[in-house]
Design a protein around this ligand. Structure first.
Ligand code: DAH
Length: 340
C-alpha cells in the first residue's frame, strides 16, 4: 500500500509539472483529490491492513495528500500568471509606432509658387481668372496687336493645331478674354501652362508656366505699374529687393519695359552669379496696355487706360527653391519632388 501511495505521489507530481492549461489542472485535481480520486480509493482499503500499520499509512496518505494539494496550488498560480502574460502580450500597443502611416501627397513646387503668387495678388485686390491652353490665333496674336510677320508666329516657334488654333505661346490672351468679359475697372491675374518650340536644356522647356496680370481703370499710369511691381517683388523676395525698369518692346503694350531685380545671390552688391552687375535680368515683362488692344476688346481707350505684366513661373520657382535645372520640374522624379 505504501508503494502504491508513493507511486501516486510520483505520478501526480510529474503530471502537475507539465500542466499548461486550467482545464488540464481541473482534471488532475479531480483525478487525485476528488471523492472518487485515486488517493481516496486507496484509503478505502485501509480496513485490510493491520492495526499497527494503519496510523503510519494514514499519516503517509495525509502527507501525500497535502503535498499534491500544495503542488496543485502552485501550478494554479503559475497557470494564471502565464495566462495573464499571454493576454498582455496579445493586447500590447506599441506607442512608438508613428500614426502617420499613410503617405500624403503635397503640392508640386510649381503649384506652391503659383498659390503664393496668386495669394500675393489677391491681397493687393486682384482676382484670379483662368484661360484655355488651346487658344485661337486671334486671341494669342491678332487681338494683342502682334504684327502679321512677327517671328513668334512662325511655325518653328509655335505649336499650331490648325491654321487658326494653337497652343498658347504666353498667358497674354487671357487679357483679351478678361477685357471682353468684364467691364472696367478690372484687376486680374491668371497663371498657367504655355508652349513654345524650344530645344530642351537646363533653362528651356517647350512647356513652361507664366503668370499674367492686368489692371484697367480710369487714370491708370505707368507710376501705378511701377509701384505695383515694386511692392510685389518686395513681398515675394524680401524688402531689400530693388527693381529696375528697362525700356523694351512688346506689341501689346506701349510703353513697354523689362524688369530686373536685385541679384538673388548678392542682393545687389555684385557677384559671379550676376557677373558683377548686382542685377538678376528679365524677371518679367510689362507695360501700358496699347490703345489698339483696348479697342480690340471694345474698351474706350480715351476713357480707360491700364497696365499689364507677365512673368515666368518656372524661373521664379527655380530661384526660390535653388533649383538649377528646369527639367527637374517636369520629370516627376519622386526623389526630387519629396523634398518640397
Ligand atoms: N507675353 C510676354 C511674353 O511671353 C510677357 C509680357 C510682357 C506680358 C509684357 C505682358 C506684358 O502682359 O505687358 O514674353
Amino acid at each position: 500500500m505504501r508503494d502504491r501511495l508513493k507511486k501516486i505521489r510520483e505520478e501526480a507530481i510529474s503530471n502537475i509539472e507539465v500542466l499548461n492549461n486550467l482545464d488540464g489542472w481541473e482534471s488532475l485535481r479531480i483525478k487525485y483529490m476528488g471523492k472518487k480520486g485515486e488517493l481516496t480509493l486507496v484509503l478505502r482499503e485501509m480496513g485490510n491492513i493491520s492495526k499497527e500499520e494503519r496510523p503510519i499509512i494514514g499519516a503517509l496518505a495525509n502527507e501525500i495528500r497535502q503535498q499534491i494539494e500544495g503542488e496543485l496550488d502552485k501550478a494554479k498560480d503559475r497557470l494564471i500568471e502565464e495566462i495573464k502574460k499571454q493576454q498582455i502580450e496579445k493586447e500590447k500597443i506599441d506607442i512608438t509606432i508613428s500614426k502617420h502611416t499613410k503617405k500624403l501627397g503635397h503640392y508640386h513646387p510649381l503649384l506652391h509658387t503659383i498659390k503664393e503668387l496668386e495669394n500675393l495678388f489677391i491681397s493687393m485686390g486682384f482676382s484670379v481668372v483662368d484661360g484655355p491652353e488651346v487658344e485661337t490665333v486671334q486671341y494669342n496674336f491678332d487681338a494683342l496687336n502682334s504684327p502679321e510677320n512677327h517671328p513668334s508666329r512662325d511655325l518653328s516657334d509655335t505649336f499650331y493645331i490648325t491654321k487658326d488654333i494653337l497652343l498658347r505661346t504666353h498667358t497674354s490672351p487671357v487679357q483679351i478674354r478678361a477685357m471682353k468679359q468684364i467691364k472696367p475697372p478690372l484687376r486680374i491675374v491668371s497663371a498657367g501652362r504655355t508652349f513654345r518650340f524650344d530645344d530642351v536644356d537646363d533653362t528651356h522647356s517647350p512647356m513652361f508656366h507664366q503668370l499674367e496680370g492686368l489692371v484697367i481703370d480710369e487714370k491708370v499710369t505707368m507710376a501705378n505699374l511701377m509701384h505695383t511691381i515694386d511692392i510685389f517683388i518686395k513681398k515675394l523676395f524680401g524688402e531689400d529687393m530693388e527693381t529696375r525698369f528697362r525700356p523694351h518692346h512688346f506689341p501689346f503694350t506701349e510703353p513697354s519695359a523689362e524688369v530686373d531685380v536685385s541679384c538673388f545671390e548678392c542682393k545687389g552688391k555684385g557677384c559671379s552669379v550676376c557677373n558683377g552687375t548686382g542685377w538678376s535680368m528679365e524677371l518679367l515683362g510689362c507695360g501700358m496696355v496699347h490703345p489698339k488692344v483696348l479697342e480690340n476688346c471694345g474698351i474706350d481707350s480715351e476713357r480707360y487706360s491700364g497696365f499689364a505684366f507677365g512673368m515666368g513661373i518656372d524661373r521664379i520657382t527655380m530661384v526660390k527653391y535653388g533649383i538649377n535645372d528646369i527639367r527637374l520640374l517636369f520629370e516627376n522624379d519622386n526623389r526630387f519632388l519629396e523634398q518640397f
